[in-house]
Design a protein around this ligand. Structure first.
Ligand SMILES: CC(C)(COP(=O)(O)OP(=O)(O)OC[C@H]1O[C@@H](n2cnc3c(N)ncnc32)[C@H](O)[C@@H]1OP(=O)(O)O)[C@@H](O)C(=O)NCCC(=O)NCCSC(=O)C[C@H](O)C(=O)O
Ligand SMILES: [Mg+2]
Length: 360
């Protein structure tokens, strides 16, 4: 067992000290690209200013015979471009694959100073994070890095969900967790064939009307309501992340053409506490930006409540609604997120300023 005191000591001599708090950097969209695909890699300079995070994906969606090309492509992209304030992440291959070790060794050695976060797929328990934690410390020490590369786990196995709290708290390196609905569905033996989103068969049906003579309940039209397949897992992931001071994310939405359902899925995750989602195609970038930025009228309202609540205690009425310590805290979540995003996004800052003015 590690003592609490050991938790903040580097795991290798010469490695940078672990962080005590996860720095909050906007990450409304984690944009996936295949660095071995020359056409996609060429779009990086144009894409970078439009996204919060660019992620060079080395795992699923990269064919076996292009794994090395994707790894080399990411090294080349990181060296060739200054991404400004946009973060650079990678998703390495799973720890049981023949590529994971070389992914970590190559990337930290070659571009560790450029890499903000390593996403680790198919994490099953804290033991997977401990393995990556020690290895990263050794590689950071050897590369002479002065800040730690952070770790992000994908929640995409039944074992991972069972161990999600332990994963979230496994290391001070943990930056966040994303839901991986496609692999999780397979691991759970769910009977879906999609990447995220709902399913028309997963529903509840209203009770039959009382029969008064003719007709049987089976004949009566009854309204059905499609249910959310992911509610339980997202809520559990959000609690685990919040309890350990790290950030939760919804993952991918695979129906690229269904921008409406994508927006719904992202918004459900946002309202439940997630700070961002993955974007797989350029068309999803603006959806994530819109959904994971608090709406200007909500920010203006939150600021109004904060102002009216003074030191944040007691109770006041605003527009007929009771406000107290707890609504004050909710409003601070919204206002602080808005301020952090506005500092990166001048267009958003202007829309918040306009809503603030209109609310006066
Ligand atoms: C899904 C795609 C294969 C679709 O690509 P394509 O058929 O080329 O789409 P379009 O013709 O509409 O593309 C228009 C142009 O946009 C470029 N493009 C497409 N996607 C991207 C991108 N992600 N980044 C940058 N540029 C992109 C195309 O090259 C076209 O350019 P041009 O010809 O010049 O106009 C493709 O979008 C794609 O591969 N996306 C990423 C897929 C991916 O990363 N999947 C893995 C993550 S999801 C997952 O792993 C599941 C998860 O782990 C779980 O378990 O749930
Ligand atoms: Mg997956």
């Amino acid at each position: 067992m590690r003592s609490a005191k050991d938790f903040f000591r580097p795991l290798a001599v010469g490695a940078p000290a672990p962080l005590r708090e996860v720095p909050f950097r906007p990450s409304r969209m984690i944009h996936f690209f295949d660095p071995g695909n020359a056409k996609m890699a060429a779009k990086v300079p144009a894409l970078a200013p439009t996204v919060d995070v660019l992620l060079g994906n080395l795992e699923d969606a990269v064919p076996t015979d292009r794994k090395e090309a994707a790894r080399a492509g990411l090294v080349a992209v990181a060296r060739a471009h200054d991404l400004g304030g946009t973060q650079l992440w990678t998703r390495v291959n799973s720890l049981d694959s023949p590529w994971a070790l070389d992914d970590l060794v190559t990337l930290v050695t070659e571009i560790g100073d450029r890499l903000d976060v390593v996403m680790v797929p198919k994490v099953e328990g804290p033991q997977d994070i401990h393995y990556v934690d020690r290895l990263l410390a050794q590689l950071e020490a050897r590369a002479g890095l002065d800040r730690p590369v952070l770790v992000h786990a994908i929640l995409e196995t039944a074992a991972g969900v069972a161990n999600v709290e332990a994963i979230a708290g496994a290391s001070p390196r943990m930056q966040g967790i994303s839901l991986g609905p496609a692999d999780l569905a397979a691991s759970r033996r769910m009977k879906t064939t999609r990447v995220g989103g709902g399913h028309p068969g997963y529903l509840v049906r209203e009770d039959p009307p009382p029969t008064s003579g003719g007709g049987t309940p089976g004949d009566m039209p009854r309204v059905t309501y499609q249910q959310d397949l992911w509610h339980y897992t997202i809520a559990r992931m959000v609690d685990a992340c919040a309890a350990h001071g790290i950030l939760p994310y919804y993952g991918p939405f695979g129906d690229i053409q269904d921008v409406t359902a994508c927006e719904d899925q992202f918004r459900n995750a946002f309202l439940l506490g997630c700070v961002g989602a993955w974007t797989l195609h350029p068309v999803q970038i603006d959806i994530a930006k819109r959904v994971f930025s608090p709406a200007p009228q909500d920010v203006a309202w939150a600021e109004r409540v904060i102002e009216a609540m003074g030191d944040g205690t007691g109770a006041v009425m605003i527009d007929g609604k009771m406000q107290d310590d707890a609504t004050y805290k909710q409003c601070r979540v919204v206002a602080e997120l808005a301020a952090a995003l506005a500092a990166r996004d001048p267009e958003l800052a202007a829309s918040y300023a306009a809503a603030r003015k209109a609310a006066l």
